[in-house]
Design a protein around this ligand. Structure first.
Ligand code: GDP
Length: 210
């Protein structure tokens, strides 16, 4: 992944700078749109920086936030990128939601989505670089392992760390991935604030497009 050409970076940039629009929000199984394009889904603890990252990747200040206005946060949002890819914003999980009932609700919605989703190419699992992999993240990883969905761990907010701390966070995260069978072997580091790592992540996602 670290070996991408300037041409690949430029092509991925063009894709993400192109047409992108909110196409559907699904709060339950029935509302999940029919299979159409290859999909890449984003998931993470609430406040991990998911909306900021989706907005930064697409260069659109309010794309993800628009769909996450109050009352719409517990749904899966679908954003179509050009005519080649669907970006899927899965509802965030958080401390408050570690209660069994809420975990079960989150898992059901996610499982409903994952069920029969052969066009889901990868899940981008976001982890706050300052906090590292937390128990709720492990729960999400285990869920994805069980669903046999390939996921890439992406560290967020790396601008808050020094270079040494970034390297340490990456190493600790790699360690936490051991035994998680569906985890993609690479870990990417990103900052929506500085743009660090966004080119690589765009290339990773663009390579999965139809
Ligand atoms: P979400 O709940 O996962 O969608 O998280 P948001 O995108 O709303 O971000 C949560 C908070 O983290 C906000 O205050 C953002 O400004 C902040 N944030 C998000 N990404 C970054 C980043 O790359 N660097 C820094 N320093 N702050 C960030």
């Amino acid at each position: 992944m670290s070996e991408v050409s300037p041409e690949e970076i430029a092509a991925a940039k063009r894709l993400f700078a192109g047409h992108c629009e909110f196409v559907a929000g699904a709060a339950n199984f029935e509302a999940i749109p029919a299979l159409a394009l290859p999909e890449v889904a984003f998931v993470g603890r609430s406040n991990v920086g998911k909306s900021s990252l989706i907005n930064a990747l697409t260069g659109r200040g309010a794309l993800a936030r628009v769909s996450q206005s109050p009352g719409r946060t517990r749904q899966i949002n679908f954003f179509q990128l050009g005519d080649v890819l669907m970006l899927v914003d899965l509802p965030g999980y958080s401390y408050a939601q570690v209660s069994k009932a809420l975990i079960a609700e989150w898992q059901k919605l996610i499982f409903d989505y994952l069920r029969g989703r052969p066009n889901l190419k990868r899940v981008i699992l976001l982890v706050d670089a300052r906090r590292g992999v937390m128990d709720v993240d492990r729960e999400a990883m285990t869920l994805l392992d069980r669903a046999a969905v390939s996921y890439l761990v992406v560290l967020t907010k790396t601008d808050k760390l020094s270079a040494a701390e970034r390297a340490e966070a990456r190493m600790a995260t790699g360690f936490a991935l051991k035994g998680h069978i569906a985890a993609y072997p690479d870990i990417l580091t990103t900052s929506s604030l500085t743009g660090d790592g966004l080119d690589l992540l765009r290339c990773h996602i663009a390579a999965l497009a139809g």
